[in-house]
Ligand binder design. Structure first.
Ligand code: NAD
Length: 507
């Protein structure tokens, strides 16, 4: 008899739950770096909410193939069950003091940081995308610098005619759709922002990252419950699909949608008839002008464009350099560790990494290491090489396509003015992210205004605009189509006003 993976998992689950043990998966170390915690205490073993079935009551068990512990807290078999549980959790949370939100957010940060390496390893193992070390940096940034409830300052207006108070109220249950490129970063970032505003959420995570996402949601719920929160602040469906995402968008319980992904999910959410915070694709251009510190520019481009193998929507995707410094930039890019490809090599590689339609990257190479990508045209480099580049014309598909892999095109422009014009065309009006290396204040000012992007970075890698190695809070849902920019708790709340006539002005 042939047994498929699902059936094997069911049998293992049944045996494991009868024996009350938690077996490591075949690829899972039991100690040392990357080992999963041996025991997960489950403060809410058994049904999470009356009449709402949990998928795996009890401690998380490991998937047979990936070794990723299977989340149980907050994980439900259907969208409807997840939504009902999140609604029940919201009604509970709404009765609790504000102080609880601070505690829950602190606990979510702490548990993510405590499991940061494990989550990063699992994300790479499950999706096959990105680099573990970079995901550790991304998750750390998300856990540490996503704003909590402190960002929600009430407003007061006082005068001769009294006092008006404006406060921030939760929406209730938020429907959140998350990408495979930053799976856990988006979950902790959204999770903190939602709960900071007093909301609960149903996540429809990317199918390619469903195990690590469910496990992270489990950890976040466990941490929240550990400081006194109700169960199921964050819920998800065990088997997310595009159909379940669409069901979530239409579900009567979700009052607002927060979606992070490519054009299809953004369009679907914007046609849902609900309020949407939508974070879509980008194609961030970099300009290097005649006045730039070229060494700094090269180091910044290599660091930014290679960050998590260029999976991040705001990572540098193409470079336009002024003619006067063009050759120097090529030299410095190589000195900074990038591998230069000749024109014929670029042509051959482009046929592999861009789909024949010239509009999409080849999924087989998205998020892969340079060594894997170059191997496809017979070039061998070590895994320490983080970025490859080649000189191309402006119309080249690597300039126009959001490639999401660590090979970037370098285009020669006449001067700064032409480079900025090219950058504007390459960004295609998405309004996502752009950057410049320059010491000319007029060029910086001109490009910043012209690009009209949510994030504009000067003289540093684009992740500086996410608050990484830079100032300001972070977000992993950069909502350029709907205008919130780096979205956070203030975009997940409604305002409510309370007015008192003639009293309470104290001066
Ligand atoms: P994706 O669009 O394939 O998937 C994102 C999510 O949307 C997944 O959960 C998927 O299941 C769901 N989905 C996809 N099509 C759908 C549809 N028609 N209806 C309902 N749900 C649908 O994206 P991805 O590959 O996971 O992520 C990469 C893309 O997301 C890139 O374009 C990147 O720029 C973008 N992104 C943007 C941001 C941002 O903050 N602006 C952040 C991360 C990723």
């Amino acid at each position: 008899m042939e047994l498929d993976e699902k059936r094997i998992q069911q049998i293992v689950d049944r045996v494991v739950s009868r024996l009350g043990i938690q077996p490591p998966g075949p690829s899972q170390p039991t100690s040392g770096a990357g080992a999963a915690p041996a025991v997960h205490r489950n403060p809410a073993a058994g049904p999470s909410a009356k009449g709402i079935p949990l998928l795996h009551p009890g401690a998380p068990q490991r998937g047979v193939r990936t070794g990723i512990p299977r989340g149980s807290l907050g994980v439900f078999p259907t969208v409807d069950a997840a939504a009902r549980a999140a609604r029940q959790a919201f009604e509970e949370l709404d009765k609790r003091p504000l102080e609880l939100r601070y505690k829950v957010v602190a606990a979510m940060r702490e548990v993510t940081l405590r499991h940061v390496r494990e989550l990063s390893e699992y994300a790479v193992a499950e999706t096959g995308l990105g680099r573990v070390e970079d995901k550790v940096r991304k998750n750390t940034l998300a856990a540490e610098k996503t704003p909590g409830p402190e960002i929600l300052k009430p407003k007061a207006f006082t005068g001769d005619r009294g006092l008006t108070l404006i406060e921030w109220a939760p929406y209730g249950v938020i429907g959140s759709i998350t990408p495979c490129t930053n799976p856990t970063e988006t979950i902790v970032c959204n999770g903190i922002g939602f709960v900071a505003g007093g909301n609960t959420a149903v996540f429809n995570v990317h199918p390619l990252a469903k195990a690590v996402s469910a496990y992270h949601i489990h950890l976040l719920n466990e941490a929240a419950m550990g400081v006194g929160a109700p169960a199921n602040l964050l819920t998800t469906v065990a088997e997310p699909t595009i159909a379940s995402a669409q069901e979530l968008m239409k579900h009567p319980t979700t009052r607002i949608l927060v979606v992070t992904g490519g054009p299809a999910v953004v369009n679907a959410a914007m046609n849902s008839g609900k309020k949407v915070v939508a974070a879509g694709p980008g194609n961030p251009p970099v300009v290097v002008d005649e006045t730039a510190d070229i060494k700094r520019a090269a180091r910044g481009i290599v660091a930014g464009a290679s960050f998590d193998n260029n999976l991040i929507c705001c990572d540098e995707k193409e470079v336009f350099a002024a003619g006067a410094i063009f050759d120097q930039l090529r030299k410095e890019l190589k000195a900074a560790g990038a591998h230069e490809l000749s024109e014929p090599q670029m042509s051959r590689l482009t046929r592999n990494i861009i789909d024949p339609d010239g509009k999409h990257p080849n999924k087989d190479f998205v998020g892969k290491n340079v060594s894997v990508i170059l191997d496809s045209i017979g070039i061998r480099v070590g895994d320490d090489v983080r970025l490859a580049f080649g000189v191309v014309e402006e119309k080249h598909p690597l300039v126009t396509v959001e490639q999401l892999l660590p090979v970037i095109p370098l285009v020669r422009a006449k001067d700064a003015g032409e480079a900025i014009e090219m950058a504007l065309r390459a960004e295609q009006g998405m309004g996502h992210t752009a950057s410049i290396y320059s010491r000319n204040i007029d060029n910086m000012h001109h490009m910043a205004r012209l690009m009209d992007t949510c994030i504009f970075v000067k003289n540093g890698p684009n992740y500086v605009g996410l608050g990484g190695d830079g100032e300001g809070f972070t977000s992993w849902t950069i909502a350029h189509p709907t205008g919130e920019g780096l979205s956070c708790a203030i975009h997940f709340v409604r305002t409510r006003r309370c007015a008192l006539q003639d009293y309470f002005r104290i001066v």
